[in-house]
Design a protein around this ligand. Structure first.
Ligand code: GLU
Length: 451
């Protein structure tokens, strides 16, 4: 298909999306990346165009928005906004996390839900796509405030979700504590102990390896990409951003595979530890972040290393970059610095952490770039395995779950190569992931008729 045709196809489609929702830049960004990857494939396979699959994919099946009133510790009434975007249920119940962060709005959740549809399809498990959350900020809130908020949030959300309908999980700002409060309230309202959420505690229906899954999965994916060039993590310098759940377990797996992690960050700044974060220092980070809910600056104070206030870690020389914080955290300039410094692997642990210009730069320079919907699919994959275990009323061992996670990440890598290999020595993983995720959903939508 000639380039002019596919460019005008992309432009026309983006004009259509933007005219419907002009003020949703993150959603446009996510859709644009996918449509660019799919254009040639769609023009070569017109049955998807006739069925108007793309137009249907960008239209959420349902969006629920609701008021979340709660009372803070001073007795003051607080009002937040709650959402659930039920994007696509062609291959299974809606599945995707809840994000609690002040930036949450419809644009952010539609981008995340759209990504989730293709990501979940890549896992090969039967999960549709959704995403939800609230503009509630859990930072500096007491456990009681978080509980009251979660209970109010679930009081409304419980009408819309269910083990066979929509199964939320965690995302930024929603971890084990929040999932516990949400699950408790669902059970109380519905009088039903069911696998309605994933990321549950292992004592009450959760899966082993779920907390580790996104970080481990991103490293497994990076390892597969590296092996196509005869490389491995041994001796590699690795920059990780973030210091939450994804970053922590990515760090743990890199250490295990012999790499040296030299950075972590949070929204206030980054630390640079040239000696590498070892298991003991990582245990400190986990306690600092998960128990004390402290700031990464305290790591720099404790170990006497450099703190880069207000900065991201990408100026530090590395071989591998694992962005595990949030969207748009690597811009074009940072992407150029990374590759100039010799970085040849980027695997996205977060959702859409690289801007479109950064992605273009990584692809043009032919480094190994693993987009989030492939590289971070391990989290939702183990959520899918948690659903399986809940249905069976059985629990698998750590090794069983980890082996399954590993083989799912290898399959996703294979799928990306199948659809994204452009020359004998280069795979465009963005293209591979987008086409690979699309085909199953699109075929299922056609089979199920116009719904
Ligand atoms: N929030 C995670 C993601 O972005 C996990 C979702 C889930 O486990 O359902 O994929």
């Amino acid at each position: 298909m000639n380039a002019k045709n596919s460019q005008s196809f992309v432009d026309d489609f983006m004009n259509y999306v933007k005219s419907k929702d002009p003020r949703q830049p993150e959603f446009h960004q996510a859709v644009h990346e996918v449509v660019e990857s799919l254009a040639d494939y769609l023009l070569d396979n017109p049955r998807y165009l006739h069925a108007r699959i793309l137009e249907r994919l960008v239209e959420p099946e349902r969006i629920i928005q609701f008021r979340v009133p709660w009372i803070d510790d001073r007795g003051k009434i607080q009002i937040n906004r709650g959402f659930r975007v039920e994007m696509n249920s062609a291959i299974g119940p809606y599945k995707g996390g809840l994000r609690f962060h002040p930036t949450v709005n419809q644009s952010i959740l539609k981008f995340l839900a759209f990504e989730q549809v293709l990501k979940n399809s890549l896992t090969s498990l039967p999960m549709g796509g959704g995403k939800g959350g609230s503009d509630f900020d859990p930072k500096n809130k007491s456990d009681n405030e978080v509980m009251r908020f979660c209970q109010s949030f679930m009081t409304e959300l419980s009408r819309h979700i269910g083990a066979y309908t929509d199964v939320p999980a965690g995302d930024i700002g929603v971890g084990g504590r929040e999932i516990g409060f949400l699950f408790g309230q669902y059970k109380r309202i519905r009088n039903e102990f069911t696998g309605v959420l994933t990321g549950k505690g292992v004592e009450w229906g959760g899966s082993l390896i779920r907390p580790e899954a996104t970080g481990y999965g991103a490293v497994y994916f990076a390892k597969e990409m590296m092996s196509t060039r005869g490389e491995s993590f041994a001796g590699k310098i690795v920059c990780i951003s973030g210091s939450g759940n994804v970053a922590q377990y990515a760090c743990e797996k890199v250490i295990e595979l012999g790499g040296k992690v030299v950075t972590l960050s949070d929204s206030s700044g980054a630390i640079y530890d040239p000696d590498g974060i070892d298991t003991e220092k990582l245990a400190y980070v986990m306690e600092l972040k998960n128990i004390h809910r402290g700031r990464i600056r305290e790591y720099a104070d404790k170990y006497g290393v450099q703190y880069m206030k207000g900065q991201r870690p990408w100026s530090i020389k590395c071989d591998v970059a694992l962005p595990c914080a949030t969207e748009n955290e690597i811009n074009k300039e940072e992407a150029e610095i990374l590759t100039r410094n010799g970085c040849f692997v980027v695997a996205e642990g977060a959702n859409m952490p690289s801007t479109e210009e950064a992605v273009r730069h990584f692809i043009n320079t032919k480094i190994l770039f693993g987009p989030g919907k492939a590289a971070n699919a391990g989290g939702v994959a183990v959520s899918g395995l948690e659903m399986t275990q809940n249905s069976m009323r059985l629990a698998w061992s750590r090794k069983e779950v980890d082996d399954k996670l590993h083989s799912i990440m290898c399959n996703i890598h294979e799928m990306c190569v199948k659809y994204g290999k452009t020359t004998h020595d280069f795979t465009n993983y963005v293209k591979g992931a987008n086409i690979g995720g699309f085909v199953k959903v699109a075929n299922s939508m056609i089979a199920q008729g116009l719904v």
